[in-house]
Write a protein of this length. Structure first.
Lengths: 227, 444
């Protein structure tokens, strides 16, 4: 039968042995991390972004690399998923994007600070995470796109508008479905609406996206062709 | 109690229970927010409630451990506390730092590093405070009449916990390295040196409550804490699967964290076996309930539910979901909350000389709070499994999924009401005991 001193040796010996291995692996991990962590993108801007990430306690609601709280979305791949433009508009006014839904703090970041946060998120997105977050493996095969007479979807629509609006069954449910919007609204109406939604319909949840003229023209041209 | 100065533990126990109550309040705020009623968003946004909930937990458990140490170390060393005055100063400092930290969270003075949200300037105060504490109990043990395994394991756990706070205070530019060393604190605390503290306190309680021979209890104490470190140190690897650390952590973390439940199974068997061997006839039955309950529930929460999502194949899908909250609640409750409540239940009659452990209130407090926590864990589990399938495997939108599982947070809140009722009954019993009395001092 085990004696007390044997038990003590099991504890002391085991602890020293496994802690030594742990220290060795830590040294090796520190050597490997620079190769795996997308170091080229870890710019001064990204480091300032990390500082904002910490001091705003973003981890108090979001997860990043799967760590944090479970109240708001996982952000490891957010730049790939949403695009930089979407994130910029969102950070200017979080409630404009998902009116009436779960709220995020309004941080009143400056444009430079938003650039830094995006640089941080972009850096995170390039880290080799051993496959996290995984691709959904039970996702239903995507529905064939509904044939429309419209030309190719503008990039801006595909990254920003689609968060709230859907076309051909793809997109968000916050704003109205835009299939056939070209039958309901004229080019002039759409143009006025996109330039300043509040002026057309005070109190609307649609944010003023402050689009450059070229982007607005491209969107309007495409939207009127949705018939 | 043997020595007059052991009464200082009362201050720490009372603080513990007060902060625990406050922790529950913040828990309700978050539960309601998850149901869609974030009515306090303007004043206490989710991340402020969350930081408060976690840090109140850490502080009330530490306060409980300190109280336990001020009670146990003199008993084991067979002398008064080295300086009772210093203990009171150190208690006051802990309370002041705690109040500043929690108030600071509400005006955005924090770091977004889960469990370590306290900003750096306050970190230094925490270190000073813990050093004072370790110095005081260390001097007590050093000048003691005897050195027992129980006392030494407890002391070793406390010193190691203080040392392991330091890696969390280094600043890194890289999120990956920052996270790597954050887990040195958080993991090596709760699945490492805190288990030494747990083992030490359990051993003390079992020696006092069962009458089983000290040599037998302390021998198995070594075996259990031996298993803790055998599995727990490299088990840190289960936090290094998906944060940008090398691939070998997948199998190292997988293998060793799969062994972690053994240490908790050991704690459970240890408590149950010793209690049975002692014949369960100590008059303070309720302290024995909490002691044995702690061993068993720590296995359920930390051991079994931890194992449920610790393998990398499973964790790939569950990492960063409500599943983690499911395991976290039960683990902290079973291993550490129940441990502190066991210590309080044991020490109060000893310190006050009143024997108020016989009535229905303390007994129902035990059962109601445990049923409440089991209910919460079940509700978290259903919400978490739903989230994993809908969001991670089918790829549905985050907010759509959150809306779908919000109904289960109704379950969490209902079960939390039961837990709250149980804890209020426990506190009621605690208040009934009154203050420590000099008449209760039995002398060495």
């Amino acid at each position: 039968m085990l004696s007390k001193s044997q038990a003590r040796w099991f504890f002391v010996g085991g602890t020293i042995f496994f802690f030594a291995i742990f220290l060795f692996l830590t040294v090796d991990t520190m050597r490997e991390i620079p190769m795996r962590q997308n170091s080229a993108a870890l710019t001064d801007s990204a480091i300032r972004g990390k500082h904002l990430w910490d001091t705003s306690n973003c981890m108090g609601c979001h997860t990043i690399l799967g760590e944090g709280a479970y109240y708001a979305p996982e952000l490891t791949q957010v730049v790939e998923r949403r695009g930089k433009e979407w994130i910029r508009i969102f950070l200017r006014d979080p409630e404009a994007m998902f009116p009436g839904q779960r709220k995020m703090q309004q941080y009143d970041f400056t444009e430079e600070q938003i650039t830094d946060v995006i640089a941080f998120l972009e850096w995170i997105g390039g880290i080799d995470t051993n496959g996290f977050p995984p691709e959904p493996d039970l996702r239903p095969a995507s529905m064939p796109a509904v044939a429309t007479t419209a030309g190719p979807t503008p990039d801006y629509f595909g990254t920003v508008c689609i968060a709230c609006h859907s076309v051909a069954g793809t997109g968000g449910t916050v704003g109205p479905v835009l299939d056939g919007v070209g039958l309901r609204m004229t080019r002039a109406e759409l143009d006025r609406w996109l330039a300043d939604p509040q002026a057309v319909k005070p109190g609307t949840a649609m944010p003023n996206l402050a689009l450059p003229d070229s982007t607005r023209n491209e969107l309007v041209t495409w939207l009127v062709s949705l018939r | 109690m043997k020595f007059k100065s052991q009464r200082v533990a009362y201050l720490f126990f009372a603080t513990s229970l007060l902060l625990f109550s406050l922790q529950i309040v913040f828990g309700f705020i978050m539960g309601f927010a998850h149901m869609g009623y974030d009515v306090l968003h303007e004043w206490i946004p989710f991340h402020a409630a969350r930081a408060s909930h976690l840090n109140l937990l850490v502080v009330w458990l530490l306060s409980g451990f300190m109280g336990a140490a001020y009670y146990i170390i003199p008993a084991e060393a067979d002398r008064e506390i080295w300086s009772e005055k210093l203990a009171i100063v150190q208690w006051a400092a802990l309370v002041i730092v705690g109040v500043i930290a929690i108030a600071g969270f509400h005006v955005g003075w924090w770091e977004g590093r889960k469990f370590l949200e306290i900003p750096r300037p306050l970190d230094y105060l925490v270190v000073v405070d813990v050093l004072l504490f370790v110095f005081n109990v260390g001097m007590t043990a050093w000048n003691g009449k005897r050195f027992t395994t129980t006392g030494m394991v407890l002391l070793l756990g406390l010193v190691a916990a203080a040392l392991l706070y330091l890696p969390g205070m280094i600043t890194f530019d890289s999120q990956v390295i920052d996270s790597y060393f954050r887990w040195w604190v958080v993991h090596l605390w709760v699945e490492g040196v805190w288990e030494l503290i747990m083992g030490g306190i359990l051993a003390f309680l079992l020696i006092e409550l069962t009458g089983v021979d000290r040599e037998v209890i302390e021998k198995w104490l070594y075996v259990i804490v031996g298993f803790t470190f055998l599995s727990g140190i490299l088990g840190t690897g289960h936090h290094y699967y998906y944060i940008g650390t090398p691939e070998y952590w997948l199998w190292i973390g997988g293998i060793f964290s799969a062994l972690e439940p053994l240490a908790f199974l050991g704690m459970a068997l240890y408590a149950v076996t010793m209690a049975r061997r002692g014949g369960m006839n100590h008059p303070n039955r309720i302290a024995l309930f909490w002691t044995v309950g702690c061993g068993v529930m720590s296995f359920v929460g930390a051991g079994f539910l931890g194992f449920a999502h610790t393998l990398p194949q499973v964790n790939l899908w569950t990492h960063g979901t409500i599943i983690t909250a499911m395991h976290g609640h039960m683990a902290f409750w079973g291993a550490y909350a129940m441990l502190v409540l066991a210590m309080i239940s044991y020490a109060m009659p000893q310190m006050t000389g009143r024997k108020l452990y016989g009535g229905w209130i303390p007994e129902w407090a035990f059962w109601i709070s445990n049923v409440g926590m089991l209910g919460m864990t079940g509700a978290f589990a259903v919400a978490g499994i739903g989230q994993v399938y809908m969001e991670r495997r089918i790829g549905m939108d985050f907010l759509v999924v959150q809306d779908a599982v919000s109904v289960h947070f109704g379950g969490v809140v209902l079960a939390a009401c039961l837990l709250t009722l149980g804890i209020l009954m426990f506190i009621w019993n605690f208040v009934q005991y009154g203050l420590p009395s000099d008449e209760a001092v039995t002398g060495p």
